[in-house]
Write a protein that binds this ligand. Structure first.
Ligand SMILES: *Cc1c(COP(=O)(O)O)cnc(C)c1O
Length: 368
């Protein structure tokens, strides 16, 4: 048996004809940049996320840069974030000239630990950038409370958590701006790069719309130095056809997770994902904490099971951030967790038979 980490084929086979027809409309209209599919997809996303404004852009990384620029985060400013995330959560802060300040994670949720944020705040701190890792929202009630008390902006990196909720609120719509990625491996994936900003603040929305077209308004008059970062019309056409299925796909992921929980609670060497009581996760990844991680990774791969380590090295000790002068031992939870994580297949179309195979191989490895 073979179980890939993600099987995009299953999703696309059903929708390919519909997607092709929508793409053909784009070809024929010649409206390749900010064509009508972009506005239609944005409108549908506003409804899906119950948010006033959805602004498409070229990638999840650009969405973060646009969000930081819209909030006027600049040289000399500091932004508090987590060290245990995808690179772009911190590189976007550097890209606008600001400094990422890393706060250690909670070793259960694997998200930023809100109780450690206040100690990192100083007069240069302008924003908090929590990440909803693997589809589980960070503790937004506590983060918003701190932001309010210290007058800080909040940018939610929701690249992995589209449709997730915290305390009944849609992830990515709780802070000032939330960002999404439609990278093919996210729960809603394009056929290339694409991203989006979400905000309930209409003024920020209008600024984001200008920033994605070089900061111009009207045309050729520039108030800000923006980016060239539009959501491609062809990608919008793909996403338009996929969005109606997203809810079911995420529910299926949750069912697949339930199946793992019910069959793997008797393996002492692994910790299954711990979900905060207020969080509704959409399981972009199903990430275990395990003993002998690297050996297990090899064993599963040798048995044709796709798995991956997200992420092997926390950001504060990445070479490119050495100027920030962090050292090993500074953020012990993130460093410890990075040695234990392994993500196993959880995609919507995985069968119970395939899950049984994954489970049996994990049990075989630990002699359970
Ligand atoms: C995927 C991802 C991004 C970047 O999105 P791209 O569309 O690949 O640029 C940013 N942050 C997190 C947490 C991600 O998982």
């Amino acid at each position: 048996m073979r179980v890939p980490l993600l099987d995009l084929d299953a999703q696309y086979t059903d929708l390919l004809e519909e997607i092709k027809a929508e793409m053909e409309k784009v070809f024929n209209s010649h409206q390749y940049v900010l064509g009508p599919q972009v506005a239609e997809f944005e409108k549908n996303m506003e409804k899906f996320c119950s948010v006033n404004n959805a602004i498409g852009c070229a990638s999840g990384t650009d969405a973060l840069v646009l969000a930081l620029k819209a909030l006027e985060i600049d040289k000399g400013d500091e932004v508090i974030t987590t060290p245990f995330t995808f690179f772009a959560s911190a590189s976007s802060i550097i890209r606008v000239g600001a400094k990422p300040v890393f706060v250690d994670i909670n070793n259960e949720t694997l998200n930023i630990n809100p109780t450690k944020i206040e100690a990192a705040i100083n007069s240069r701190t302008k924003a908090i950038l929590p990440v909803h890792l693997f589809g589980q929202p960070s503790e937004m009630d506590k983060i918003m409370d701190i932001a309010e008390r210290y007058d800080l902006k909040v940018i939610e990196d929701n690249a992995q958590g589209i449709g997730a909720k915290y305390d009944g609120k849609v992830a990515g719509t709780i802070g000032d701006i939330g960002t999404l990625s439609f990278f093919p491996s996210k729960n809603l994936g394009a056929m290339g790069d694409a991203g989006m900003c979400l905000t309930n603040n209409n003024e920020l929305a209008s600024r984001l719309k200008q920033l994605r077209v070089h900061g111009e308004n009207p045309k050729y008059y520039h108030k800000w130095v923006g980016l060239n970062s539009r959501l491609d019309t062809l990608q919008a056409a793909v996403l338009l056809k996929k969005l109606p299925h997203l809810k079911k796909w995420s529910i299926d992921r949750r069912k697949n997770a339930e199946y793992y929980y019910s069959k793997m609670n008797d393996i002492p060497n692994i910790q299954l994902p711990i979900i905060h009581e207020k969080a509704y996760t959409i399981y972009n990844q199903f990430t275990l904490l395990v003993e002998k991680r690297d050996e297990l990774l090899n064993f599963l791969k040798n048995n044709n099971i796709g798995c991956a380590v997200y992420y092997p090295r926390p950001l504060h000790i990445q070479k490119c951030f050495s100027e920030l002068e962090y050292k090993k031992g500074d953020l012990p939870n993130a460093e410890d967790i990075a040695k234990k994580v392994i993500s196993i297949p959880i995609y919507s179309e995985i069968t119970n038979e395939q899950q049984n195979y994954v489970i049996s191989k994990i049990k075989e490895f630990y002699h359970v």
